[in-house]
Ligand binder design. Sequence first.
Ligand SMILES: [Zn+2]
Ligand SMILES: [Zn+2]
Length: 189
Amino acid sequence: MGVWRLKFVQTEKDCDEDKVLSKMEEKMFPDRMARGIAIDLLTDDKPLSDLLKTAASEVANTYKDVSNTGVLADYIFRRFAGGIRAESKHDEDVLNQLGIDEEYAERILLQCAGRMDVVLRKQKHKEAGVTHYRWSTSGDGRVCERCRKLDGKKISWNKPPPGGHPGECGTCKEGYCRCVAVPELDPLL
Ligand SMILES: [Zn+2]
Ligand SMILES: [Zn+2]
């Protein structure tokens, strides 16, 4: 993040450094759903919410044992957009419609978090002209072998490594990847 900050500051010489950075980071890197911070930028960003809705549908469709994947997709989207933690109380009504229990709903939402997060990140980076990111794992024992090898590597959004971008890894323990894409600015900028 240090290099990124330095480069960013160079292009914004006349602005109050800290203020610009915090505003920019707030906009570009809304915290992950897992940390329970709401992503209110969705309210006036239709293209982004459409992208996230599509992602939610795709993820929901992979749960063949859930009776209504449309309801599940909508639920995944609403929880993500609202920054609601996977562990937070689930909507009884929705659970009934889906025919699943609280524990399973929590697991599904944990599994979806990374896949939703990467869509949001990719779009935000694109808007800011960020073409590459640096792979960042959670750095604990639950990180899979593949993600561990990618940690710290600079990667193009256009060229995902085999197995996908951070959040999309299918070999992570417990069925979900907690890695994130940290923005990298072009060294020539
Ligand atoms: Zn992994
Ligand atoms: Zn990972």
